[in-house]
Write a protein that binds this ligand. Sequence first.
Ligand code: THU
Length: 134
Amino acid sequence: MTKEELIKEAIKARDFSYSPYSKFKVGSALLTKDGRIFLGANIENASFPVTMCGERNATYNAYCHGIKKEDISAIAIVADTSVPCSPCGACRQVLAELLPEDTHIYLANLKGDIKETRIKDLLPYAFDASELKS
Ligand code: THU
């Protein structure tokens, strides 16, 4: 599957967004090495802080279907932004733990702009489980 095809899936996932407060729809599509796709969208709440982001929902959706870290190949994240949609800090922390380091991360918008990145670039010097072992 090409990155453009995965981004198309993430655009479709935006239809599942529940975002009555921000009206900002985020769609995400996670691709496994064997070609399966798991979608996620942002789901908001009147208690704003309990909102869940699209890319975390896609990742949790994959894990809830038995996908393991090493099975994951790529993730696309799309919103209607002027430049490719940038994941929030909380999502970077979650992606750093749940996706392999070499996962292709495609940030995109609806105009066709794509930025390809890796978790080490999005979250250098990340806090991780090794910190808990002292
Ligand atoms: N949002 C995401 O889904 N992903 C991000 O990385 C940034 C923010 C959502 C949360 C909220 O529903 C809306 O975008 C506005 O912040």
